[in-house]
Design a protein around this ligand. Structure first.
Ligand code: MG
Length: 384
């Protein structure tokens, strides 16, 4: 049975706080929508995929893997968006379709599998969790009565249906409906309940982001914080000049260092250590030497970029350590200033930044004072 996946991501998500809609917000380094798409892609045998977005969000698609995704824009409300997505799948004419909220990024392969399996025998199937809490009716913060919870379920997605049945149900439906099961039942489609999952939460309010991030971390890292160490190495040769820049400090010297930028070998090594911890390439990829705009650039631009990238991926830089390898200039007198300057650029306490030096006992190119080498490590932590 060909089972399409329709992800509805056109909502504005106003309850999750101000700013960008929740499905486009960052969750552990990727957008919520990107996690949601991945959850379905990781289940074998599903497809084609359709994605419904809001017309205002078209510029947010950058960075999202849309291979084999049929993209369409949504209508004024959720029902219109679902109908638009179903119509977009008409050419593919799948046997069945799973309709899923983009704001449920934690949907498991097991839940998806139960819906797919049920569709082999039912026209519709959807996951739900039995209500176990007592239910109250409230009136101005006072309990006004209790509600019998027998036979009550909390509905989740993906909600699965035979494709032609749900398409025709949506074509005839008018107005707002609670979900696609409501639209289906209006048209006489019977919907089986399959076991949902408490972790298949719908990100609705601000606090849901932290909970979702923590659950995701439990699933991927066994609950451990994501601690990473990256290393960096760089070399620049001496050339004509009367000063060098090392770890952000200008030091008078008999030579300068040759480089496309300011040739701050120490800061380059630290920057590469951060990119390394993030598994995001190196300084040359982010700032190509072939690009004239970086000629003579101050290296704090590079270091700041790496720090901002770490922040955007949810990481905190907890420590950086840089070793400069040279006979001259003498580093000791400048080490405190180097630590202070790099800490300032990185927004860290100077106690979390180390700058030190060694010679290579007059051996090799550093020993012959042909250039300076630097190596660095950086430690990054992501808690949620
Ligand atoms: Mg360099």
């Amino acid at each position: 049975m060909q089972t399409a996946v329709l992800i509805v991501a056109a909502g504005r998500g106003t309850r999750a706080g101000v700013g960008i809609p929740k499905q486009w917000r960052n969750l552990n380094g990727q957008s919520v929508l990107s996690h949601t798409l991945a959850a379905f892609r990781n289940v074998k045998g599903l497809g084609p995929f359709a994605l419904v977005i809001h017309p205002d969000d078209e510029d947010r698609l950058h960075g999202l893997d849309l291979t084999d995704v049929i993209l369409t824009t949504g209508g004024a409300n959720r029902n219109d968006s679902v109908r638009a997505g179903l119509e977009a799948l008409a050419k593919e004419a799948p046997d069945a379709v799973l309709i899923h909220d983009a704001a449920r990024p934690l949907v498991s392969a097991a839940v998806i599998g139960r819906v797919v399996d049920a569709l082999a025998v039912h026209e519709g199937a959807a996951p739900a969790v039995e209500v176990t809490d007592a239910l109250w009716r409230g009136d101005a913060n006072l309990v006004a009565g209790t509600q019998d919870r027998t036979g009550l379920w909390r509905a989740q997605t993906p909600q699965g249906f035979r494709y032609h049945a749900i398409l025709s149900a949506h074509r005839t439906h008018r107005g707002e409906a609670a979900d696609d099961v409501a639209v289906a039942r209006e048209s006489g489609i019977a919907v089986a309940i399959v076991a949902g999952d408490e972790d298949n939460l719908k990100i609705t309010r601000e606090g849901d982001f932290d909970r979702a991030a923590q659950l995701m971390r439990m699933k991927t890292m066994g609950g451990l914080p994501d601690v990473r160490t990256g290393n960096g190495f760089d070399v620049h040769a001496f050339g004509p000049g009367d000063h060098v820049w090392l770890c952000g400090v200008k030091i008078a010297h008999s030579h300068g260092l040759i480089g496309h930028s300011d040739a701050d070998v120490g800061m380059h090594a630290v920057t590469d250590a951060i990119y390394g911890a993030l598994s995001r390439g190196d300084i040359g990829q982010h700032f190509p030497p072939s690009d004239p705009q970086w000629k003579g650039a101050a290296s704090h631009i590079f270091l700041r970029h790496a720090c901002d990238l770490a922040g955007s991926m949810g990481f905190t830089i907890t420590h950086a350590d840089c070793t400069l390898i040279c006979e001259y200039p003498k580093i000791g007198p400048h080490a405190a200033a180097m630590r202070a300057e790099m800490a300032r650029i990185m927004g860290l306490d100077p106690d979390r930044v180390s700058a030190k030096a060694t010679t290579s006992e007059r051996l090799g190119f550093t020993g012959r004072s042909e250039g300076i080498a630097a190596l660095a490590s950086a430690t990054l932590v992501r808690l949620t």
